[in-house]
Design a protein around this ligand. Structure first.
Ligand SMILES: [Zn+2]
Length: 100
């Protein structure tokens, strides 16, 4: 019995192109109109990825005008919970306790 051999070579489908770049989510810009994080594409358009896609674990931001795409680097946990109820909670301020 030889070990499992993953036939990954056969998975070459739509992603036969190399990712244009790896971009951290912090370097992308939130676009209110598109409701997506965007990053300038060399073709003049924008790579786009929505929060919904990020929540699903998608990490490919595509450009609608050309076939390029980028790999988005982000922490999945940051988008796992969309309902952030703790949004307005300030970090606790440590108050020095005066001990007499
Ligand atoms: Zn493009």
């Amino acid at each position: 019995m030889q070990g499992n051999y993953l036939a990954s070579k056969n998975l070459k489908s739509a992603r036969d192109q190399m990712s244009y770049d790896d971009v951290e989510i912090e370097d992308m810009e939130w676009n209110e109109k598109l409701q997506a994080f965007t990053y300038p594409c060399p073709c003049g358009d924008l790579f786009q990825i929505t929060k919904k896609e990020l929540r699903l674990g998608e990490e490919i931001a595509r450009c609608p005008s050309c076939s390029l795409y980028i790999t988005v680097i982000y922490n999945t946990e940051d988008f796992a919970d969309s309902n952030r109820k703790n949004k307005n909670i300030e970090p606790p301020k440590r108050q020095p306790v005066a001990v007499t």
